[in-house]
Structure formats: structure tokens, C-alpha cells
Design a protein around this ligand. Sequence first.
Ligand code: PLP
Length: 397
Amino acid sequence: MVKFAASELVAGLEENLFSILEKQAARLDQSTLPLIDLSSGSPRQPTPPAVIASLQAAAAQPENHEYPSFWGKPALRRAIADFYQRHYGVTLDPETEVALFQGAHIGVTGFPRALLNPGQVLISTDPCYPLYRSAARQAGADFYGIPLEAHNEFLPDFSRVPDEIAARAGLLLLNYPHNPTGALATPALFADALAFARQHHIPLINDFAYATLGCESGEQPVSLLAQPDGKEWGVEIYTLSKSAVMAGWRVGFAVGNASLIAAFKKLHTHSYSTVFGAVQDAAITALSLPAEQFASLAERYHQRRRLVLARLAAMHWPVRTRQGTFFLWLTAPPGFTGKQFAALLMEACHLLVAPGHGFGAAGENYIRISLTVGTEQLLQALDRIEELNLLPSRTSS
Ligand SMILES: Cc1ncc(COP(=O)(O)O)c(C=O)c1O
């Protein structure tokens, strides 16, 4: 085989964190102790039956066998606008303020490419969802992550952005509820972010992938678009992957400022494929599910979070209790970096967790575990960790 070099762009991309973890897991000898995967961001619940039935019926429709339109079916764009009106009180024009694509992955990598020029900076957070760093690079731009700290509830302090970075800022990309820290936005956070966007005349995007996954039962996370001026300066990226348990179906959309949506749509016609028509019909069904059903899909993670937090408290593991998404962001025990602790959990306990440094330098002393694995497996995982006896007990200290 003739071996060709990848382009400089591809050679310069960091290896995807989750493909590294997948390779590690594949090398493990599981004959004595089966692996428990606590790293996955897949919701691991069945998709609601009504959505599946809708796809089954729509798959037989001849019009869905043709190439779908880049813009998405008018009925789906209307369903998206109705969904935002019902859930967030936001009015959208389905023609100009909605873009449809195959999952938030396309949105979070596509918008930076559609909006940034070489030399500009994509400002996000450190830690952050790792794709944001490569999204900047794919756009020929630089990346700057505002360091997030526990004492600030992992919310960014925009006054910490150096002047030189702010002068080159081209886009502010946030993600609340936040992966990996579980932090939840407040209206004040978005007000600060919008003030920063206005000051530097840059757009603001909120990746709302965990839109239905607050910390408590019935809690509805804050939407950027529902804030005063949110739609004027921003776009929100939404996905059905987590909220409607449709990770494999690949449906995401962006809503907000029409000029930002138009730039993305133009790139879309050149770079990406479109969502299968039958999946679009099923997405309409998903978006019209009652709010209680979204809440009950989230409830499974809330129950597990309560269970895990109680066990960690009993182990004297200091953990922030107010965390959204379906992850928990945990500090590594004393004497370990997150990377060392993740390696120990893999070797000694056959537990796969995401080491915090994969999300950015500020994640160095953390690991991220996922609440998507079954409750019984979660409890087994906690038993295995407890047996390591790494945390000082209160009575002995
Ligand atoms: C913060 C964040 N954004 C985007 C995505 C990608 O979601 P999608 O399945 O819609 O591509 C994920 C998936 O884990 C995520 O955690």
C-alpha cells in the first residue's frame, strides 16, 4: 500500500478523546472482570415508541426516498418553531431562523467554519466538549478556553479573557448545561455573555445539547434564546440525541439570528448531507411529545444521580451536588491526577471513565462519569471504587 500523509489540518487535530477510550477498552482482558463503561454520552434508553412508529410509517412513503431538501421539510421547521414557542416562549420564523442538520456535532463544528476567519479566536470554556477545540482549528481559527473553577460554579468570568484574545474574538461558544462539569446557566450568566458579545461585536452560540437535563426533577434549564436580546446576538443548537433519546437518529437544529443561520445554511449546501425524510417525520413526532414525557425520560438520570451522590457522600468523596446533564464531574482522590486515577480505575476495577484533561487543561484533576449505564452496573462500579479504599475516612482523619 502506498502510504499518503494526511493534510496538515488533519495531522494537527487532536485524537478524538472517545476513540482513545474505545481503543483502551478493546485492549482490556475482561475474562475475570467485565468492563463497566462509565464514559459514554449515549443515553442508553429506548427511543419513545411513538417516534419509532412514526419512522416505520414514514419509511414506506415514496416521497421520503428522494433526496431531502437542505432546509428540512416545512412541517418540521414549523414543529421546531412551535416547540420553542411552547417550551421557551420564543417566537421563530421557520423560514429564516431555523436550520436543520444531522446532530449537534454538525452544528458545533459547522457554525465556527461558517463564521470565523483565519486569525480570529473561538472563545469557549476550559474544560469544554473537546470538539470545540477542533472546530476552531477546522475553521483556521485559534481557540481560547476561559478557565472554569468550582468556586465560580464552573461559570465563565468574561473579565478574565485577555485583551489580545478579546481583540481577535470571532465567536463565543458556550454549552449550558455544561459538559463535562454539569454546571447550569443562570439568566445572569447569559446576560454577561451577551454583554461580552455586544462589546466585541461577536455572535454567541449556546450548545443546548442537554436542554432537558437539569439537576433536579422538573427543572428546566435556561435557554439563551429566551433571554432579552438572545435571538438578536445568538443562536442555540439543539439536538434530539439526549432529550428524546434519539442519539443514533442524527437530528439536530439551530435556531436564532437569521444572518448566522443563513451563513450556516450556505455552508451546509456545500459540506454536509441532509436528514432522511422519514427521520424528519419522526422528529416532528418527537418534538410534539408532551413536556411530561421529556421530564420522565430525564427522571431516570435524576434517580441515578441521587443514588450515586448518596454513595459518594458515604465514601466522604467531596462532590458538588448541583450538577445537570447525565454526567458527574468528580475530583480525583488526593495524590492522583484525573489521568492517573482513570488509569487505575481501568486497570484495577475495569471501569472506563473519561479523564478530565481530555476536556482541557483545567480538567486535569477531574474525571467524568456517566449516569447512562444501568443502575445495577452503577452500583457495582461504586462497590469496585470503594474497595480501592482511596478516600480518607472521616473517623480516621
Ligand atoms: C456538549 C455536546 N454537544 C454536542 C454533542 C453532539 O450531539 P449530537 O448527538 O446531536 O451530534 C454532544 C454529544 O455528546 C455533547 O455532549
